[in-house]
Design a protein around this ligand. Structure first.
Ligand code: FES
Length: 277
């Protein structure tokens, strides 16, 4: 056996202690329910968001910015400054960041590895034998999961723009796309945008990688002032991190709803109930 073959063999997935054989388990609970629900919700939201952000506009050129509400999939709206060809959706220039961030998220990995690859189907549940040939996240394509930390850094860029988008959402600008009542207002769309950006911020700040960046690789938290500050920050992030799964689902659903809301508003299917000042 060559040295390279020996290394690859060592990297392969170990047998583990779960029962052997696909979905073999001694569990008595309905373990399949949560992976199925999570997989279906994830698939529906991800499919809709990809379609809306990448395909929909490239084909039908439907508005995604109306009455001061810019769909979060297109923020920042690069089409305002760039002369893009009509077949290229401006969402494509932005969406690779949140898609990459979510696809490499530790929590989502667990959810979609279970649902799509049965790897494993559930905790203490047997998986297909083919997984014994799986080199885990040590070889392409899954070695790319290690980019998560860098996707986290990038994710704060569109997140910053989403906070800035609250200004036109609550103060509709004169002459904006489809603006009918310019000036301060509190509308259902603005409230939805506000909840969405809060949840997205909670999702980003509760990231496992961020928690490690802030509090990891330190032997003594009390030794210097900077380390004491890091410790305090790490504690706050740990509080958020305990509910990372909750932040992940809630923010995925509100992003989807915010885009659906803008699309329906732009199509004239709904109106935006609002109090104007
Ligand atoms: Fe989920 Fe980083 S671990 S966003």
């Amino acid at each position: 056996m060559t040295a390279q073959a020996a290394v690859l063999r060592a990297l392969r997935k170990p047998r583990g202690t779960a029962a052997q054989g696909f979905v073999a388990t001694s569990r008595r609970d309905r373990w399949a329910i949560y992976p199925i629900i999570q997989g279906v919700v994830f698939t529906l939201c991800a499919s809709y968001l990809t379609f809306s952000g990448v395909v929909w506009n490239a084909i039908w050129h439907t508005p995604y910015d109306v009455n001061g509400y810019l769909s979060p999939l297109f923020s920042p709206d690069l089409s305002r400054n760039l002369d893009l060809p009509p077949w290229l959706s401006p969402g494509l220039l932005i969406l690779w960041i949140p898609i990459g961030f979510r696809a490499t998220c530790y929590y989502y990995r667990k959810a979609y590895y279970r649902f799509y690859f049965a790897d494993p189907p559930g905790c203490a549940v047997g998986e297909p034998k083919i997984h014994r040939r799986f080199a885990l996240e040590n070889a392409l394509p899954f070695i790319l999961q290690n980019l998560h930390r860098y996707m986290l850094y990038l994710a704060f860029i569109p997140l910053t723009f989403l906070w800035l988008d609250l200004v036109p959402a609550f103060i509709a600008p004169e002459g904006g796309h489809g603006v009918v009542d310019a000036g301060p207002r509190v509308g259902l769309g603005g409230l939805l945008f506000l909840v969405n950006v809060i949840l997205l911020t909670g999702y980003s700040l509760s990231c496992h990688s961020l928690r490690h960046i802030v509090g990891g690789k330190v032997d003594c938290f009390s030794c210097t002032r900077v380390r004491r500050v890091r410790y305090t920050l790490w504690q706050r992030l740990t509080d958020l991190n305990r509910n990372h799964m909750w932040w992940a689902w809630a923010s995925l659903i509100t992003v989807t709803l915010a885009d659906v809301y803008v699309r329906l508003l732009a199509a004239g299917v709904i109106t935006d109930p609002a109090i104007h000042f």
